[in-house]
Design a protein around this ligand. Structure first.
Ligand code: FCB
Length: 455
């Protein structure tokens, strides 16, 4: 196969999130988040798993950073836990919470690894949820205050700031279909949450910029939405609806175009959008330096009267059919289609020009074919997944997309939300009984990719 080189300066890294790896949920002043509450609620997370210990990264961060250095990572995307910094969401800043990230950032910089901070990866302080969470407008303001508190401590060393991770999940899975914390099931609340998340992003982006942040961005899980039948008008309408609910509802206001009319009309059939106030769209349109994209799998839809739709896409029930994924699948049951990544990158670059892109997450859950005692974890499936998606990303670059980097999900096996620990996404294996880390075959493969800046 021909050699593929990525542009010079291409950022190679890995990603994690606080609740998924840190553990230490009651240490140094941290208060519960919605995920602590949710994971303790019977029936919400696989076998009642919680993030109480997770990968114990809070105590083992130095070892983990050494591992990153060994793999040659140039960047590390992690999230800051809001309930460590402002445990009750609004009140005094907890310096001990900030101390942890201070130490982490220093350890990264010592090894020449660029820290990429995500300010919100789903762990809302429970105290704020008690006041309405993201359905309450005030949460957006509290988020900006919290963002600023983190910047005040880390801003002298951290260049790249992303406000939110996947607001689609926070809103639609958190408040719409109940699969994620806080477990709400109310379509109107989901749209309210979308707006307040975006508003929180805008307020935080503005505050960060004013405080001197160099690169300000957001990470979205955009969907590559495809029709079941490319020639069908009904399927095209279904694509447009789903694209509106997952992509344009975020991208348009973020890039200054305001909410799309068709999306607003759809929302208005479900809830009166009185939560969108004059001036909000201007706040949401705060300048972006970087757009993070998380891509795992494509979405195929058909327009069909009586179609089951999905409660994760409010208003699709009765008119849209989400096609069951066709193999090969990952252990999450997600379809493996690297071409979807090329399509998505090209589409975003074409419709929202001038915005530098970075893949902030991509990876696959696969059961490890373990090799007990050999110190080797063979994850050939993951290597193939990553290889395919990097080729797809390279294809987009070759076609002119301004893609700046790639961060694999994930550095470590970790707490996979409602799936608990049963799904493994890491390029490094974690033995949860001993907390032993073992780089998998994919980690060694990735190390080689990084050192060659290509495949
Ligand atoms: C994304 C999340 C991330 C991880 C991957 C598999 O939606 O951002 O935390 O769970 O999926």
């Amino acid at each position: 196969m021909t050699e593929l080189r990525f542009p010079e300066g291409f950022v190679w890294g890995a990603a994690t999130a606080a609740y998924q790896i840190e553990g230490a949920v009651a240490e140094d002043g941290r208060a519960p988040s919605i995920w602590d509450t949710f994971s303790r609620t019977p029936g919400k997370v696989f076998q009642g798993h919680t993030g109480d210990v997770a990968c114990d990264h809070y105590h083992r961060y130095a070892e983990d950073v050494a591992l990153m250095a060994d793999l040659g990572l140039r960047a590390y995307r992690f999230s800051v836990a809001w309930p460590r910094i402002r445990p009750d969401g609004t009140g005094p800043v907890n310096p001990r919470g900030l101390d942890f990230y201070d130490r982490l950032v220093d350890a990264l910089l010592d090894r020449g690894i660029d820290p990429i901070v995500t300010l919100y990866h789903w762990d809302l302080p429970q105290a704020l949820e008690n006041q309405g969470g993201w359905t309450a407008r005030e949460t957006a303001e509290h988020f900006a205050d919290y963002a600023l508190a983190v910047h005040q401590r880390l801003g002298d060393r951290v260049r790249t700031w992303t406000t939110l991770n996947e607001p689609w999940c926070s809103a639609y899975l958190g408040y719409g279909n109940g699969v994620h914390a806080p477990g709400g099931r109310d379509a109107g609340a989901a749209f309210r949450a979308v707006h307040h998340l975006l508003l929180g992003h805008g307020l935080a982006a503005r505050a960060l910029r004013a405080a001197g942040a160099e690169v300000v961005g957001i990470t979205l899980n955009l969907a590559d939405v495809q029709p079941a039948d490319a020639g069908s008008a009904a399927d095209a309408a279904a694509v447009r609806l789903v694209d509106g609910l997952q992509n344009r509802i975020f991208l348009d206001p973020l890039t200054g175009a305001g909410y799309p009319d068709d999306v607003l009309a759809h929302v208005a059939r479900i809830v009166e959008p009185d939560f969108v106030r004059d001036g909000d769209e201007k706040v949401i349109a705060a300048p972006l330096d970087l757009l993070g994209l998380n891509y795992y799998a494509p979405t195929y839809v058909a327009g069909r009267a009586g179609g089951a739709g999905s409660s994760a896409y409010p208003g699709t029930e009765g008119g849209v059919e989400f096609l069951p994924p066709v193999g090969p699948l990952t252990d999450m049951g997600w379809m493996i289609e690297p071409a979807g990544l090329t399509r998505l990158l090209e589409r975003v670059a074409a419709d929202y020009p001038g915005l530098p892109l970075i893949i902030t997450e991509n990876g696959g859950a696969f059961p490890d074919r373990n090799t007990e005692g050999t110190g080797w974890v063979a994850d050939t499936d993951r290597v193939a997944y990553l290889d395919g998606h990097l080729r797809a990303a390279h294809e987009a670059v070759a076609r002119g997309v301004d893609l700046r980097g790639y961060l694999v999900w994930s550095l470590l096996d970790n707490f996979e939300w409602a799936e608990g620990y049963r799904k493994r996404f890491g390029i490094v294996h974690v033995d949860y009984l001993t907390q032993r880390r073992t780089p998998k075959e994919s980690a060694r493969w990735y190390q080689e990719v990084i050192s060659r800046n290509g495949l």
